[in-house]
Structures are given as structure tokens and as C-alpha cells.
Ligand binder design. Structure first.
Ligand code: 3EB
Length: 331
């Protein structure tokens, strides 16, 4: 029998190690310095997080024996990747400096070109951990906005149309430059989903920074037995304005935004009417909010605590206290 060319697999996060699991990458949030290394053909990324520790295991949704055979892994300490013939996990560290934009642009161009050169051109999800995200840079520009500038320049230079940008998370971590990691595959392309309750991030007005954030609200990809929806970092934002009366309001608006993304996905792929939540990742600015936020999201999306971990971190808008990302699956 001929080898099946593509298995339409996907990389998904798990927060506990399962029995049968071939990890391509493991992300450690905890008391470590930033680093990107390989150990036994697995990519390891460390992101400093003082108050909350978490281990995130990245493995294939459908395990096939062929994937393990074609594994290639490479890391230098500041960048690295791991691939299996169909899927790629790649990461890099943007060094800290008085301005983040130039190094962020360079890192983004390198990472995207690396994915293309290795043959995994369809990038469907990116994460950006920005050190001291709400602090000003040397010119008084907030470091998140500084980072957004460099990222937007990279996508422009590489001729990405705004409507084709991958889903993303932009969030703080303790200190250092920026840790960027992405997941990509050979084929087929992802479908982007926007939220009609929010204006697209790439159309935010200038008052939020010199260049708007470059990301889609969510992406849908085809997998063997259905579809996966990757929800970007989602916060209490309507149109382009933050709603921040109290944590209860932030929870309610964020839940509505995610539910709206599921509804919008279902208009293109009706199978999302039967979607299930595979994982959530919750970021809160204040430790005191953890019990209320955890309980609310577990209840809203029918997910167990183990697959909905909480990290304490700063959020990219100084007035926000909550951001939530997730992965949903549909038959
Ligand atoms: C927002 O909707 C909240 O800069 O990559 C969410 C997801 C946010 C991704 C990013 C920022 C990013 O604008 C912030």
C-alpha cells in the first residue's frame, strides 16, 4: 500500500503527561531562565514565571508510527525546532534591549523563513511571551507596542495579507526579551475566523500603538477525524475597547467572545455546533482572581481543571486583568 502523503495531524497542548504520547516540544513555565534546548529529540523551552509553575506537553492529536521515524530536532540555546515530517514546532528568543522592534522583526522573519525552508509553510498558531510587557522602552513606548511594531514590519516584509495572519497570544512574562514559538504544518492551509463583536486586531486604531497587533482571532485546521479550532488570546474587549469594571465583567465578556468565535466557526463548518473544549490556558494578572476565573471557565466550557491551567502574568493592555486562549475540537 502507498504511504499516505499527509495525515492532517495537529499539535495540541497537554498539561499532564499521558501514557502514549510522543512530545515534539515541552514548554516549562517556572523558576528558570529563558532557553531553547533539545533533550532526547524533544524541544524544551523555558519561560520564567515566578508565581505559577506549569509544564506544557506538545504532542500530536493522532499518533501514527510513521511520525516518530521522521523526527528531526535542532536547537542552539536561543532558537530551535522539532519536526516529524508533517508538523513543526519552532521557537526563538528575541534578546532584550532598549527597543524591541528591530530584534522582533528579525526574529519573526527568521522563524517564518525557517518554517518555509523546512517545508512547513502553513503556520496556524503563534505565542509571544514579552518580558515586562507593560513597561516603557527607552523612548517611552510600551514594550508590547514596541514588539507589535517589529512583528508587523516582519509580516509586511514577507507579504502576508492581514487576513492571512495566524492566530496568536501576546502576553507578559517576568523579564527578558520576547519568547516566540509557533506550530506549523505542510498542508492544508488554516482558515481564519474573526469575531464580529470585535474589530480585527490588525485594524485597531493608532491609539493602541504605532502598528496594530498582527493576528487572527482564531484558526480552524482540518485533522484526520474532523477539525481543530485554535482560539487566540481573548480578553474583555468589545469593538476595540476594553471593558474593565470588575473581574466578573472581564470573565463574562471574555466567555462571550470565545462563544462567538465558536458560533462564527459553525457558520463555516456546521460540525462546530458539536465542538468540545480540548484545553484552555488562562492568564490572570492578580493571584486573588484565580478561584473565580477558574471556576467560571471550567463551567462555561465543560473542561476539567487539569486541562485549564492558570498562569499569573501581565496582560498586553495595562487595564486588563484576564486573557484566555484555547483549543476546541469538532467531529
Ligand atoms: C486583544 O484582543 C488582546 O499581540 O499577539 C490577544 C491575543 C492580544 C494576541 C498579540 C494580543 C495578542 O487585543 C491582546
Amino acid at each position: 500500500m502507498d504511504k499516505i502523503m499527509y495525515t492532517y495531524n495537529a499539535l495540541i497542548p497537554n498539561y499532564a503527561l499521558k501514557d502514549i504520547q510522543e512530545n515534539l516540544a515541552v514548554v516549562h513555565y517556572g523558576n528558570e531562565k529563558t532557553s531553547i534546548t533539545t533533550q532526547n529529540d524533544v524541544l524544551h523551552i523555558c519561560i520564567p514565571s515566578a508565581q505559577t509553575q506549569l509544564t506544557e506537553y506538545w504532542s500530536l492529536l493522532h499518533l501514527t508510527t510513521e511520525d516518530a521515524n521522521q523526527r528531526q530536532c535542532h536547537a542552539t540555546g536561543t532558537e530551535g525546532w522539532c519536526a516529524d515530517g508533517d508538523n513543526l514546532f519552532a521557537a526563538c528568543l528575541v534578546p532584550d534591549g532598549p527597543e524591541l522592534a528591530p530584534a522582533s522583526k528579525q526574529a519573526y522573519m527568521r522563524l517564518i523563513q525557517l518554517a518555509e525552508q523546512l517545508g512547513y509553510a502553513n503556520i496556524y498558531r503563534i505565542w509571544n511571551y514579552v518580558g515586562r510587557i507593560n513597561a516603557p522602552n527607552n523612548n517611552g513606548l510600551e514594550r508590547y507596542r514596541d514588539f507589535c511594531l517589529g512583528r508587523a514590519d516582519a509580516f509586511e516584509a514577507l507579504k502576508y495579507a492581514p487576513t492571512t495572519l495566524p492566530a496568536a497570544t501576546g502576553i507578559g512574562f517576568q523579564n527578558g526579551g520576547v519568547v516566540v514559538f509557533l506550530i506549523a504544518r505542510k498542508t492544508p492551509q488554516a482558515t481564519n475566523i474573526e469575531n464580529p463583536l470585535q474589530i480585527p486586531a490588525y485594524q485597531y486604531p493608532q491609539r493602541y500603538g504605532p502598528k496594530a497587533p498582527s493576528f487572527a482571532r482564531a484558526t480552524v485546521i482540518k485533522v484526520q477525524n474532523g477539525f481543530c479550532l485554535y482560539v487566540s488570546g481573548t480578553a474583555s474587549i468589545r469593538n476595540h475597547k476594553s471593558l474593565t469594571q470588575n473581574i466578573e465583567q472581564e470573565i463574562a465578556i471574555t466567555i462571550q467572545n470565545i462563544q462567538q468565535l465558536l458560533k462564527t466557526a459553525a457558520t463555516k463548518y456546521p460540525t462546530f455546533k458539536q465542538s468540545i473544549c480540548d484545553s484552555l490556558k488562562i492568564y490572570v494578572r492578580h493571584k486573588k482572581d484565580i478561584p473565580l476565573v477558574s471556576q467560571a471557565f471550567q463551567a462555561a466550557f465543560g473542561i476539567e481543571a487539569a486541562q485549564a491551567p492558570v498562569l499569573i502574568s501581565d496582560i498586553c493592555r495595562a487595564e486588563l486583568s484576564l486573557e484566555v486562549e484555547g483549543v476546541f475540537r469538532a467531529p
